[in-house]
Write a protein that binds this ligand. Structure first.
Ligand SMILES: NC(=O)c1ccc[n+]([C@@H]2O[C@H](COP(=O)([O-])OP(=O)(O)OC[C@H]3O[C@@H](n4cnc5c(N)ncnc54)[C@H](OP(=O)(O)O)[C@@H]3O)[C@@H](O)[C@H]2O)c1
Length: 250
């Protein structure tokens, strides 16, 4: 199979898009490590994925938690082939719909701590493992407002834009170790979080904003991401791959 023998990590994968990505990785032959801040969610999620799944607790906003996680991974595996930084600050309408002048420093920092600094923390430690084996792929889940900007929600756009820049640095600094990196800028994907958070009219509006006039399906996004994680993209690195039904085209 496409990813036979590979070890992959997906952060924030007890539900939503992360769960679909983890499931697709195992369908393609990989062994997957999924993470959640809540231990109780992990067993259930792993049972739904398949036997090649392990769950570890991880809060990317906390350095100690990241170090404990890395210790747990290192005890089980001597290498990691794929890291998917999917963990993202929970979608909160009251922050998302704010303009810059109404955003507190705390709101900004909370989002940066997860989507940007959390991604940096995990990437930094996993790079050390990947460098030893001189191979690896790191995929950062970003979002289209990081490229185009938006009329609100700046902390999120800024955090994801930072993760896109981090991707470029990983590609340039570690290409010599055969480590590749990609950002995936997603449009509106119909995940549990989106279903929970948006009203019917907001969902309808999101549907009309791209050229395909529909929301993305988590399973199709997972397939695209798994394709990037393997050798189909072996001579590509540092790029931002936009998966958004043609909402922004560059
Ligand atoms: N859905 C979309 O339309 C869309 C569009 C563009 C980008 N994205 C990005 O895609 C990713 C997945 O989104 P989703 O829609 O599946 O939302 P989601 O269900 O809220 O997924 C985010 C995951 O991040 C984890 N998380 C939150 N805070 C964390 C922390 N401090 N440390 C570690 N993990 C943490 C959560 O897991 P636990 O609660 O189990 O810890 C959660 O499962 C996110 O990065 C999001 O920004 C989504």
């Amino acid at each position: 199979m496409y990813l036979d023998g590979k070890i992959g990590i997906v952060t924030g994968a007890a539900g939503g898009l992360g769960f679909e990505i983890a499931k697709e990785l195992t369908k393609n032959g990989a062994t997957v490590i999924i993470t959640s801040r809540k231990k109780s969610k992990l067993t259930k999620a792993c049972n739904l994925i398949n036997k090649n799944c392990l769950g570890f607790e991880l809060d990317v906003s906390n350095r100690k938690s990241v170090m404990k996680f890395i210790g747990n991974v290192s005890k089980k595996f001597d290498s990691v082939d794929i890291l998917i930084n999917n963990a993202g600050f929970p979608f909160e309408k009251k922050i998302w719909f704010k303009k810059i002048h109404g955003i507190s420093e705390m709101e900004l920092m909370n989002i940066l701590q997860v989507d940007l600094i959390g991604t940096f923390r995990v990437t930094k430690e996993i790079l050390k493992l990947m460098m030893k084996k001189r191979k690896g792929v790191i995929i950062n889940i970003a979002s289209t407002p990081a490229i185009s900007g938006h009329t609100y929600g700046s902390p999120y756009s800024i955090a994801k834009a930072g993760s896109i820049t981090l991707t470029k640095h990983v590609a340039l600094e570690y290409g010599q170790y055969n480590i590749r990196a990609f950002s995936v800028a997603l449009g509106d994907i119909y995940t549990e979080a989106m279903r929970r958070s948006l009203s019917r009219s907001e969902l309808l509006k999101a549907r009309t904003e791209n050229t395909m006039k529909r929301l993305g399906r988590p399973e199709e996004i997972a397939k695209s991401i798994v394709s990037i994680a393997g050798d189909n993209f072996s001579f590509s690195t540092g790029n931002t791959i936009i998966i958004d039904g043609g909402k922004i085209i560059i």
